[in-house]
Design a protein around this ligand. Structure first.
Ligand SMILES: [Zn+2]
Length: 255
């Protein structure tokens, strides 16, 4: 091989490796064009965070409208402007870490929220119904179920469907290609008659915040089933507090 050709081959190889590296590392970071979001861990200070990213403390406080007297709290998201060094950000929430470990697919563009339209329910109850009545080969059509304290489950408990573990298409929303590109979450209850419990909403916000960060899904793509293009359904029910829910996501730094 001629030496100039060899140089080209080496350069091309380095280019490919650099791109793969960027894809692997970049996909786990919470990078945006002009900064990153950081979820504050227990005991962390603005000073520590500013050191970790090599960004001036004042710039962090300014970007987050944090007066110098205001303390930060665990779980809060801070925007780190022009962060040079992107550190691997791991949530302290062990259940969420467990959930995100299975999420290998990059196709998730939407999060679709449903109600069960039943008073009671759980993953196994809906799974049986979807298998036996609706003949879904993979059973439960959703990726997650958020329980309401019925069928032996706790109020606010998040159950994970095998569709999530296997990263399968959902069977919850044909509209807007929702089954292929949407993560389906079912909140147990009929919200045409009642409202979701505080614990259900807390769990939903917690789960969706993590999913939005991991898959870079904007809040506008977090939809109630009926908000998907072409859908004609009241799901997740006329009493579902959609506006408040989306506000809570934005408060947590979802874009
Ligand atoms: Zn629905």
């Amino acid at each position: 091989m001629k030496s100039s050709r060899r140089v080209h081959v080496i350069a091309a190889t380095i280019f490919v490796i650099a791109n793969i590296w960027f894809l692997l590392i970049g996909s786990h970071s919470l990078a945006t064009v002009d900064g990153v979001y950081h979820r504050v861990r227990k005991g962390e200070t603005v000073w520590q965070i500013s050191r970790a990213y090599r960004v001036d403390m004042k710039a962090i406080r300014k970007a987050n409208r944090l007066p110098s007297s205001m303390r930060i709290r665990a779980g809060q998201y801070l925007f780190i402007p022009k962060a040079e060094k992107v550190i691997r950000i791991e949530s302290q929430d062990s259940q969420m870490r467990y959930i995100l470990r299975y999420g290998t697919s990059k196709r998730w563009k939407y999060i679709v929220v449903h109600h069960s339209a039943t008073e009671k329910g759980s993953k196994s109850v809906f799974d049986r119904n979807h298998r036996n009545e609706r003949h879904f080969r993979h059973g439960l059509g959703y990726h997650f179920v958020i329980c309401n304290g019925t069928c032996g489950k706790k109020d606010g408990q998040i159950e994970i469907s095998q569709r999530w573990w296997k990263q399968l298409n959902g069977a919850h929303c044909k509209a807007g290609n929702g089954n292929k590109v949407g993560i389906g979450i079912c909140v147990v209850g009929n919200f045409n008659n009642t409202r979701p419990s505080r614990r259900q909403i807390d769990s939903l916000v917690r789960l969706v915040t993590h999913l939005c960060y991991e898959y870079d899904i904007p809040v506008e793509n977090v939809r109630g089933h009926g908000e998907m293009p072409g859908a004609s359904t009241e799901c997740p029910g006329k009493n579902f507090p959609m506006h408040k829910f989306k506000e809570a996501l934005r408060e947590r730094g979802c874009r």
